[in-house]
Design a protein around this ligand. Structure first.
Ligand code: FES
Length: 173
């Protein structure tokens, strides 16, 4: 995931070379099929998919902006808002909710000083609630970036935060 100080020009170049490798033309019937792949890559580079990036992808894939934004809003995974370096998502789907995920979310809010949907000022953490992520057997589920933490109760929250604070500390040494 990028930081706000990273040069977007470089990120566009990386995205261009990825799209070039797909050899897409205006008449290519596969271009819609490639859209999700390209959006995944764009989100990986930019950290999120602001309108500027959406329009860029639409133009390069010879699609309407509305086709691109429609796909983004359909999939939970995609985000149009910036995220923290460690993006914490608490599942509040039914299976997780009945096992106390509302308390888990509140504990993250309290310990991080963030509300659901906010990014910390230093950009290290962001916090969100999500609908079912398809891992109900592990309820309540917390996902940090792509790592799944299962059967988390509110007493585990401090430990989960500590793992990523320690990582951050080690990277800055
Ligand atoms: S309800 Fe949380 S993973 Fe399904």
């Amino acid at each position: 995931m990028t930081t706000v100080t990273e040069d977007w020009g470089e990120l566009y170049k990386k995205l261009d070379s990825f799209m070039a490798s797909l050899s897409i033309t205006a008449r290519d019937p596969r271009r819609k099929g490639h859209l999700i792949k390209v959006l995944h890559r764009a989100q990986h580079y930019f950290g999120y998919l602001p309108e500027e990036v959406q329009k860029y992808v639409a133009e390069k894939l010879f699609l309407q902006h509305s086709e691109v934004s429609g796909v983004i809003s359909f999939y939970n995974y995609f985000t149009t808002e910036p995220k923290g370096k460690y993006d914490i998502s608490v599942c509040t789907g039914t299976a997780c909710y009945v096992k106390g995920s509302d308390k888990v979310l509140s504990e993250f809010e309290k310990l991080l000083g963030l509300k659901d949907g906010e990014v910390a000022e230093d950009g290290v953490f962001s916090l969100n609630s999500l609908r079912c992520v398809g891992a109900c057997g592990l309820a309540p589920v917390v996902i940090v970036n792509e790592k799944v933490h299962g059967r988390i109760d509110n007493k585990d929250v401090l430990g989960v935060i500590a793992v990523y604070k320690n990582k951050e500390g080690a990277e800055n040494e």
